[in-house]
Design a protein around this ligand. Structure first.
Ligand code: FE
Length: 185
């Protein structure tokens, strides 16, 4: 199976699950997020990062209500490792830091925190809450910090019920640019 088939299979088989606490499925959320990245004129790697940023939720096998039970599923780490092996660091790094980017934005933009959805505020607590001033400065030293913040903003906007966006099939060619040596057979 190619990496492209693997992504499409995961999204089709498990992506119909609700994005917990939001009015969209995981697949709708991924497609909306990727669409925002495309609209912003992002390079291929960042569009793929947007499309795949929550793939960890489809991998871990924990119920989507985990946050209700006080569990941080660390989906960004599972997703990072999975993506790194298949698409390399430029796609994987913004995904790894997209939760940290939320904690960062909560520190540097009080109005950002005020706009978060109830489900996102609930998971923020489990993720460690807003960064301290020192943590925020350290976050800004990451090579991918701008990309992680952009991804985070698209992530937050990608929760609109019924929004018409391009289908998963439209990303086939882009997905085919996965590192071929890592395609699982
Ligand atoms: Fe997300």
């Amino acid at each position: 199976m190619t990496v492209t088939d693997e992504v499409i299979q995961l999204m089709m088989q498990r992506g119909g699950a609700a994005y917990f606490g939001e009015p969209v499925s995981q697949r709708e959320h991924a497609l909306q997020c990727a669409w925002h990245a495309r609209q912003a004129g992002s390079p291929r790697e960042l569009v793929l990062a947007a499309l795949l940023h929550d793939i960890g939720h489809l991998l871990h096998g924990l119920p989507e209500s985990a946050a209700d039970d006080g569990i941080d599923t660390l989906h960004e780490i599972a997703g990072y490792e999975w993506i790194l092996a298949r698409f390399g660091p430029q796609v994987a790094e913004p995904v790894r830091h997209h939760v940290a980017a939320k904690r960062y934005l909560c520190r540097v933009e009080p109005e950002y925190l005020a706009r978060l959805s109830p489900a996102s505020i609930q998971s923020l607590e489990l993720q460690g809450g807003p960064f301290s001033e020192d943590e925020a400065r350290e976050f800004e030293t990451l090579a991918c910090y701008r990309e992680a913040v952009m991804l985070r903003r698209w992530d937050d906007e990608a929760k609109i019920c019924g929004m018409a966006v391009p289908a998963l099939e439209e990303y086939r060619q882009m997905l085919n640019s996965a590192w071929p040596q890592y395609c699982s057979l």
